[in-house]
Design a protein around this ligand. Structure first.
Ligand code: C2E
Ligand code: CA
Ligand code: CA
Length: 405
């Protein structure tokens, strides 16, 4: 069965419009129109009422909310299908869905933001939840005692994953990633560890532990190649502490280092969006001349708005998008949208999860500055990172890599 011949997408965030356009185009929908303006959408519907099969609309728009929009649609006797997309809480979505039905609109489903391909597939292709690949569950359960013991025994340390300049091939620094080697179980998943620390009030302790170790390593790394920047991941919880920027600065100064050799990666989430304290903390970091990167772009609620509101100097495109950007129109479009809007704002871009030459070629063509991924290296221990920079002092020969492929 054919989903639709003609689709109209309405969302005040142009990134979301671009992503959904690409999605419907990948389903071979003949006509896909997108607009970020609800009033414009209504006048379009007024003219082409009979010819639109499906409308996909955001619930929250500055000039007209989704609820009002539904009422107008009903007044226009729009008879095609309608689906609602929104970043608001799911109970409000449910309510709007009921409202659409009360207006006798042909309501087919709701998707919460940030939209993902699988969420869209559920609504538009009626793919069952169970058919979608389940999220890998790492079921190792951490308790407070385990963690305290690990800290005491010094089992937790940062590993360093190199970042490469995709024009010159040079190593520009690395991202510090937590590694916990628990003697009786092996490596514990970083995601599980971070979640544990965030939910149990131990994230600051863990982050400072890692940061102190990173600083000590960096002193040695810079002796080999002084022109490097080392990134530390900051949990959004920590970005609400006004004292944080000065604490971080204090630590690096104590080791005779400068902010220009450090950056911080902060993951997007809904809470981050609206928070003035976070804005102040990130701005302070920038004023102190640290780099601040928005992490996991494409997966969180990261959108054009957050890029405007927050003082980021760098954007990291999540590996989920990068790794299949060459094979999936949906991901490719997300990457394109991210690139054009960060370049407009003078931000540098890092592509995460670069695993093969085609992806390297693709990100170079897109004008992305830096790459991180298994194509170059996984995260390395202190000693291995030292070997890595020594062997790659003159940089990777990217032309040779690309022409060999
Ligand atoms: P992230 O910040 O997005 O880090 C990148 C992740 O991608 C790392 O996973 C890295 O090992 C992995 N990766 C790098 N290149 C490739 C590639 O080419 N292919 C694939 N498939 N994966 C690649 P890791 O180390 O498991 O960390 C997972 C997440 O845990 C991180 O994602 C970050 O969100 C969090 N995390 C790690 N260390 C810290 C930390 O010290 N503090 C905080 N707050 N979060 C951390
Ligand atoms: Ca990161
Ligand atoms: Ca990521």
């Amino acid at each position: 069965m054919m989903l639709a011949n003609s689709v109209l997408i309405i969302d005040d965030d142009p990134t979301q419009v671009a992503i959904m356009k690409a999605y419907f185009m990948s389903l071979s929908v003949a006509e896909v129109k997108g607009t970020s303006n609800a009033a414009e959408a209504l006048s379009f519907i007024n003219k082409h009422n009979q010819n639109i099969d499906l409308i996909v609309s955001d619930l929250q728009m500055p000039e007209m909310d989704g609820v009002e929009f539904l009422r107008h649609l009903s007044n226009l006797r729009y008879a095609g299908k309608i689906a609602i997309i929104s970043g608001v809480k799911s109970d409000i979505l449910e309510h709007a869905a009921r409202l659409a039905k009360m207006h006798s609109l042909n309501f087919i489903g709701q998707v919460s933001k940030p939209v993902t391909k699988s969420a869209l597939d559920i609504v538009f292709l009626k793919v069952e939840h169970s058919k979608l690949s389940p999220k890998r569950q790492d079921d190792y359960f951490i308790c407070q005692n385990d963690f305290s013991k690990a800290m005491r025994n010094d089992e937790i340390e940062p590993y360093y994953q190199p970042k490469i300049d995709v024009k010159t091939g040079r190593v520009i620094g690395a991202e510090a990633l937590v590694r916990w080697h628990k003697p009786d179980v092996g490596f514990v998943s970083p995601e599980v560890l971070i979640k544990f620390a965030e939910n149990n009030g131990r994230i600051e302790e863990l982050t400072f532990h890692l940061f102190n170790k990173t600083i000590k390593s960096v002193v040695e790394f810079l002796q080999i190649e002084p022109d490097q920047v080392f990134a530390t991941n900051l949990s959004p919880v920590m970005a609400k502490n006004l004292a944080l920027p000065d604490q971080l600065l204090g630590r690096i100064r104590a080791h005779g280092l400068k902010p220009e050799n450090f950056s911080f990666e902060v993951t997007e989430n809904n809470v981050l969006n609206l928070d003035v304290t976070t804005l102040e903390v990130l701005s302070r970091l920038r004023i102190l001349e640290f780099d601040v990167a928005i992490d996991d772009f494409g997966t969180g609620s990261s959108n054009i708005q957050t890029l405007r509101d927050f003082p980021y100097s760098e954007l990291k495109i999540d590996r989920a998008f990068v790794s299949n950007a060459t094979s999936n129109v949906f991901s490719e479009e997300t990457v394109r949208a991210a690139v054009s809007l960060s370049h407009e704002r003078g931000m540098k871009i890092v592509a995460e999860g670069v695993e093969d030459i085609e992806t390297l070629q693709f990100i170079r063509n897109q004008g992305i500055e830096y790459a991180q991924g298994y194509l170059f290296s996984k995260a390395l221990s202190h000693d291995d990172y030292i070997d890595f920079i020594k062997t790659n002092l003159t940089g990777f020969d990217l032309e040779a890599m690309l022409s060999a492929a």
